[in-house]
Write a protein that binds this ligand. Structure first.
Ligand code: 1HE
Length: 282
C-alpha cells in the first residue's frame, strides 16, 4: 500500500486519512486555553530506526500542509527507542546527481514548511538523532532530549553531505567549528554534550520526553497567536537581518502584536491582577 501513497489525497478535514503508516498523528483534546489543540506526530518506522524514506517525508509534509486551525502546537516524536537514523540509505543508491539535487531541495521545502509553518513544533529526541534526523530536529522550534539521545553526522563516513538544511541550521545552533568536527571525524555527542552545546533546550530522563514536550506545548497554546507568529516568523528573520532593517522590522512586529485586541485583554488582566506573575525558576 505504501507504494501507492499520494500526499495530495490527504483530506484537510481528516488528517490521518491518506497518511502512510510511517507517519501517525493524534489530535489531543482541547487544552486549558479554550479552542486550542496539540497535534502529536509520530515517526513510525521503528524497525528501520525511523529512517526517513521519501514516503515518510512526504507524509510529514502532508500533515504540516493540512493542520487544523485549532492546532496551536505540534509535538514531533519517534516510535521506539530512537528519534531518527536519518536519510533512508537504501533509497540513495537509486539517485543520480539531478535526482540528488531534487531530493535535497524537496527536503528543504518540507523542513522550511515545518520551521516557518503555522505553529511551533516541539521535537522529542531520544536514541539516534543522526544525519537527516538531526536536520529534521533542527527545523523544530524547541527540542526536548531524553538522556538516551545521541547526535552524529556520519555523512563523511557514507561519502555524502548533509542535504536537509543541516549546513544552514546546525551552524546557527552549535557553530561551524563543532559541525566541522562532527562531519570530518564522525564524532558522536551524547545527550549531556548536546544539551551543553545548544542542540537541546531541555534534558529529561528516559521516557519523560513526551510529557515534558506536551507540558511545553500547553504553554505555547496559552500564548497569544500573534506572539507565537512573531517568534516563529519575525524573530529568525530579524536575527539574520542587518541591524537597521532588524530594528525596523522589530518595531513593526511589536506594534502589530500590541495593537491586537488579544494583547490589550492580556495586559488589562495583568493590571487587574487576574493574570499570573512571572515565577522564579523551579
Ligand atoms: C536503516 C538506517 C538508515 C537503520 N537507512 N536503513 N544514517 C546513518 O548512517 C545511520 C545508520 N544507522 C545506524 O548507524 C544504526 O542503524 C543505528 C545506530 C541508528 C541503530 O543501530 P541498531 O543496532 O539499533 O539497529 P540496526 O540493526 O543497525 O538497524 C535496524 C534496521 O534499520 C536495519 O535494517 P534490517 O533490514 O537489517 O533490519 C538497518 O539497515 C535499518 N536502518 N538506519 C536505511 N539510515 C538529506 S541528507 C541526510 C544524510 C543522512 O541522513 S546520512 C546519515 C544516515
Amino acid at each position: 500500500m505504501q507504494d501507492s501513497y499520494d500526499p495530495t489525497s490527504a483530506p484537510l478535514t481528516d488528517l490521518a486519512a491518506g497518511l502512510p503508516p510511517s507517519v501517525k498523528v493524534v489530535l489531543l483534546p482541547e487544552q486549558s486555553a479554550p479552542g486550542t489543540q496539540i497535534l502529536v506526530i509520530t515517526l513510525a518506522r521503528a524497525h528501520k530506526r525511523n529512517a526517513l524514506d521519501d514516503i515518510t517525508v512526504l507524509g510529514l509534509a502532508a500533515v504540516f500542509e493540512a493542520l487544523p486551525t485549532t492546532v496551536r502546537a505540534v509535538v514531533l516524536e519517534g516510535e521506539g527507542e530512537h528519534f531518527s537514523a536519518g536519510l533512508d540509505l537504501s533509497e540513495l543508491s537509486e539517485r543520480d546527481i539531478a535526482a540528488g539535487i531534487a531530493h535535497s531541495r524537496l527536503w528543504h521545502r518540507i523542513f522550511e514548511n515545518i520551521q516557518f509553518g503555522q505553529v511551533p513544533v516541539i521535537a522529542v529526541l531520544k536514541g539516534a538523532v543522526i544525519g537527516g534526523g538531526l536536520e529534521l530536529a533542527c527545523a523544530a522550534h524547541i527540542r526536548v532530549a531524553e538522556t538516551s539521545a545521541y547526535y552524529a553526522l556520519p555523512e563523511g563516513q557514507r561519502g555524502i553531505f548533509v542535504g536537509g538544511g543541516g549546513s544552514v541550521r546546525l551552524p546557527r545552533l552549535i557553530g561551524v567549528s563543532r559541525m566541522t568536527d562532527m562531519m570530518l571525524t564522525g564524532r558522536t555527542h551524547d545527550a549531556e554534550s548536546g544539551q551543553a552545546m545548544g542542540l537541546s533546550h531541555y534534558l529529561v530522563d528516559v521516557g519523560k520526553g513526551r510529557d515534558k514536550a506536551l507540558q511545553l506545548a500547553g504553554k505555547v497554546c496559552a500564548n497569544a497567536p500573534m506572539t507565537n507568529f512573531a517568534v516563529m516568523h519575525a524573530l529568525p528573520r530579524i536575527a539574520e537581518s542587518d541591524p537597521a532593517a532588524g530594528y525596523l522590522t522589530e518595531s513593526l512586529m511589536a506594534a502589530i502584536a500590541q495593537g491586537d485586541e488579544e494583547a490589550k485583554r492580556r495586559i488589562r488582566d495583568f493590571l487587574a491582577k487576574r493574570a499570573p506573575k512571572v515565577r522564579m525558576p523551579e
